[in-house]
Design a protein around this ligand. Sequence first.
Ligand code: SF4
Length: 171
Amino acid sequence: MRSEDALDDVAERVRSCTQCPLSSVRINAVPGEGPADARVMLVGQNPGNEEDRAGRPFVGRSGAYLDDVLARHGIPRSALFITSIVKCTSPGNRRPSNEEVITCMPYLEAQVTIISPSVIVALGRVAQMMPRYDEIEYIETYHPAAAMRFPRFRSRFEDDISKVKTYVGRP
Ligand code: SF4
């Protein structure tokens, strides 16, 4: 199966998934988006309200900020695969439970296996829950929502995102 088809297959399974209670909270599951040969994956916690409505990752205010940071560093969003560790929103945007993370993890693992990125950028506290692979580099940084809200996090976040540029466009 081609990588693109394998990713589509994961996305379809996510959209119809009812394996944890978050399936009854969501409007849309958010599998993630980006090319199957992306060298960089950005991974957040789980979709917020706007992502839930749109069925797409990072489309709200923090997504607009992320887009702005990427654009200022000459990094095309379309070159990255952007997803989250848990694919459905949660009540009040609470942190997903360990059980929800564990139940949803095979989807992220399948995406990482298919894409085989050079680097994974962990946005926010998800770094503690991220599966680790020896051949992949990790950048742990703040969530864009935190960087947008708290100026003291902003320069570190923007520095970390700028590092991604060296990976984009590599074979
Ligand atoms: S959060 Fe993950 S495991 Fe739970 S219903 Fe959504 S896709 Fe399925």
